[in-house]
Design a protein around this ligand. Structure first.
Ligand SMILES: C[S@@+](CC[C@H](N)C(=O)[O-])C[C@H]1O[C@@H](n2cnc3c(N)ncnc32)[C@H](O)[C@@H]1O
Length: 415
């Protein structure tokens, strides 16, 4: 974080410290309508059911939606509220997860944390805990949370990509995130956008729908949607953002592929080629060639949770530059031979399907040697069908080989 960003964050937090004090004095705070421009749907008015919750929590509410209602935490789950403010969402989530569950409220404002603690004590919530910390550096271990919620906070961050990366890190495999936030229309005139952001208190700028989707994809999320809930003011909208972290077999984490993974990825690639049934290629490409050929937002590695060792990867290449094929890609999935049979290939393929579908890809295809029955079975489990066999398509180590063409047509994109 630069000095300027640190200063900007400190200014933002000081403002919320002051607002928390107003609430502590028993007054209502609603930061979002300095000139009366912003109407219903902010604060406690955005919830269907707040009966029985402390007045202090309702008065302090500064959200723009109901992310807890969207995420629907279940009994026993662990929930993290990023930027919990006075704690209304913490209390709502605490009711849902029950005594076997746990809800953490995290906020960088010490005064907001004090307010939230007082509200939780008044509500008699015994299954909550509070973290005085920044959403860019969450003090929780990897894969420790089932559900993340956040209500009108991420727009305030000086490092929004980092917030989503942290959210991905602390979610357990298969975990989910629901965010209420204010977003800008894509293509809005920058001056008009900045003026509207100032009016609703988005002090470090909003994301557009496209920017949110790109950051979610880059952080590794699949199944993401960004849905406008209602117009707020002049090109800004309250929105609900939902996404999921890919599921993984025990002991494995699926995460986006990074340049630092290059050596391990290419070694696994080469081990697959050496088996003789993975591809017509006989030598793994250079990292530069690999990087240039694969789409950047749909590459995952499977790593051992304890050691970080890469044990498999998946990636896709576009099949054609013609626009009619914009939603058609070809996958490659490789698992280190020592780790076959652990369900890693299927987890990688499922992660790829969720990420490509969220981005609007409608068909994933692959060509597989008929002798590679493991790959054919794996793809079948992930919903691929056999299109047909291409006979004597090419020579491999001096031998003509057939290739089975398989494809998965998405049941959700472009139907
Ligand atoms: C608009 S309020 C929303 C509070 C709460 N989610 C609600 O719905 O009432 C934004 C909250 O995010 C906190 N916040 C802003 N930037 C933060 C950051 N970088 N890290 C942690 N908390 C932050 C503020 O202190 C404030 O409590």
């Amino acid at each position: 974080m630069t000095e300027g960003e640190a200063r900007a964050r400190a200014d933002i937090i000081a403002r919320f410290d002051a607002m928390a004090k107003v609430a502590q004095e028993g007054r209502r705070i609603l930061d979002a309508r300095p000139d009366g421009a912003v109407d219903d749907g902010f604060g406690a008015s955005g919830y269907a059911d707040t009966a029985g919750l402390p007045d202090g929590a309702l008065r302090a509410s500064l959200g723009c939606g109901d992310p807890v209602g969207v995420a629907d935490p279940r009994p026993g789950e662990t929930v993290l509220d990023l930027g919990c403010g006075g704690g209304l969402d913490v209390l709502l989530a605490a009711r849902r997860v029950g005594p076997a569950g746990k809800v953490y409220g995290l906020d960088a404002s010490a005064e907001m944390i004090e307010l939230a603690k007082a509200n939780a004590a008044e509500a008699g919530a015994g299954n909550v805990g509070f973290l005085h910390a920044a959403i860019e550096d969450v003090p929780l271990p990897d894969a420790s949370v089932d559900v993340i919620v956040s209500n009108y906070v991420i727009n305030l961050s000086v490092d929004k990509p980092r917030v989503l990366e942290e959210a991905y890190r602390v979610l357990r495999p298969g975990g989910r995130i629901a965010v209420a936030d204010v977003i800008a229309e894509d293509g809005l005139d920058p001056d008009r956008r900045a003026a509207a952001e100032r009016r609703v208190g988005c002090r470090y700028g909003t994301l557009t729908e496209g920017e949110y989707r790109a950051l979610l994809a880059r952080a590794g999320f699949g199944r993401y949607t960004v849905t406008r809930a209602r117009p707020v003011i002049d090109g800004l909208h309250a929105a609900l953002i939902r996404a999921g972290k890919p599921d993984a077999p025990p002991g494995i984490v699926i995460r986006p592929m990074r340049t630092a993974d290059a050596d391990q990825v290419l070694a696994i690639y080469q081990a697959g080629l050496d088996g003789g049934n993975a591809s017509f290629e006989t030598t793994a490409p250079s990292w530069e060639a690999f990087d240039a050929g694969k789409l950047p937002l749909h590459r995952y590695v499977a790593v051992e949770a304890t050691t970080g060792q890469v044990v498999g990867w998946v990636a896709v290449s576009p099949v054609s530059g013609r626009c009619v094929y914009a939603g058609v890609v070809e996958d490659s999935v490789y698992v280190h031979p020592d780790h076959a049979g652990r369900g890693i290939g299927l987890a990688l393929l499922n992660a790829l399907i969720q990420s490509t579908e969220a981005a609007g890809v409608w068909t994933i295809e692959a060509g597989v040697f008929p002798e590679n029955t493991a790959s054919l079975r794996l793809h079948e489990k992930a919903g691929f069908r056999v299109v047909g066999t291409r006979h004597r398509l090419g020579r491999h180590h001096g031998r003509w080989r057939d290739v089975v063409l398989i494809e998965r047509r998405s049941p959700v994109v472009g139907v």
